[in-house]
Design a protein around this ligand. Structure first.
Ligand code: C2E
Ligand code: CA
Ligand code: CA
Ligand code: CA
Length: 273
């Protein structure tokens, strides 16, 4: 028994170090990816219900690994968050998205918004507002065409800081939306307190199998409008979902039904001039 116990213990022990080694490798590889330009942004169109036009794009990070191919952000963002590397990666994302959006405008396409996902660490860095200002100056993009997506969980701590940061961003002219709305710690207080321009209904609520979801989606749409916010549904995959959201006057929609996220070179077909 003693022998067995020791073996188990060793096994446990070595699996910890294995895990640790894997994390170290991934961290080293993430740094290398940043240095060697292995990150790319893909963009997913957001369609206006009333005009039928693409009015925005969400920038989604992709790691184009030289051996493993495209790696999804859900596989490396958590570690990037933990190690703090998300700050540098996030800076790159913001800069790249603004630069690309300005480039499309320079090519003569009608201006649209680019939405960038912010991680909690990014949002809580004190220099965020100045950084955004610098990037807008640097790329020449007007703040009205940049939207920052934050999540409800970021709004949990340090209310004064959050309120000040959001106000400063809004004073700059940048748009702010709440991503995955309804899945976190939503509070009506935040909705009335924070200068938010748009709610993004999480795709889990588009699941038709649960009848309650329809009532939830309707309520979110109506509430957004009553509070003078726009509302967008994400994860729209079917014609039924599109029809339902149209009937409920959801301002914008995004999802595989319209397009998956695409590399920058493949988006111009969605633009108007
Ligand atoms: P998210 O912000 O909620 O992004 C939406 C996710 O849904 C994306 O996954 C997108 O590809 C996927 N999606 C789009 N349309 C559909 C659809 O019709 N059906 C379904 N089932 N899925 C759809 P992706 O690109 O793998 O990104 C996953 C998450 O990684 C994002 O979730 C976001 O939280 C995070 N992320 C992506 N890019 C960045 C970034 O630049 N910075 C940070 N901090 N996080 C990012
Ligand atoms: Ca998002
Ligand atoms: Ca989302
Ligand atoms: Ca999500």
């Amino acid at each position: 028994i003693k022998e067995k116990h020791r073996n188990n213990y060793n096994l446990f022990d070595s699996s910890i170090s294995e895990n640790f080694r894997m994390r170290l490798t991934l961290e080293t590889e993430l740094r290398k990816a940043l240095r060697e330009g292995q990150f790319e942004l893909h963009y997913q169109p957001q369609k206006s219900f009333s005009t039928g036009k693409v009015v925005g794009l969400e920038a989604l990070l992709r790691w184009n690994h030289p051996q493993k191919g495209y790696i999804s952000p859900s596989e490396f963002i958590p570690l990037a968050e933990k190690t703090g590397l998300i700050i540098e990666i996030g800076d790159w994302v913001l800069h790249e998205a603004c630069k690309q959006n300005k480039a499309w405008q320079n090519q003569g396409y009608d201006p649209i918004t680019v939405s960038v996902n912010l991680s909690a660490k990014q949002f809580h860095q004190r220099s965020l507002v100045d950084k955004v200002k610098d990037i807008l100056n640097d790329t020449g993009l007007s703040p009205y065409y940049l939207e920052l997506e934050i999540t409800e969980s970021m709004a949990m701590s340090n209310e004064n800081y959050i309120l000040k940061t959001l106000k400063d961003l809004r004073d700059l002219g940048v748009l702010v939306s709440i991503d995955d709305f309804g899945t976190g710690y939503s509070s009506f207080k935040y909705l009335s307190l924070f200068p938010i321009t748009k709610l993004k209904i999480d795709k889990m609520f588009l699941n038709n199998e649960q009848q309650e979801n329809k009532a939830i989606v309707k309520s979110i749409i109506h509430m957004s409008h009553s509070l003078n916010m726009k509302v967008i549904a994400e994860g729209v995959e079917t014609m039924e979902q599109f029809a339902f959201l149209s009937q409920e006057r959801c301002d914008e929609m995004q999802g595989f039904y319209f397009s998956k996220p695409l590399p920058a070179t493949q988006l111009t077909k969605f633009f108007t001039v």
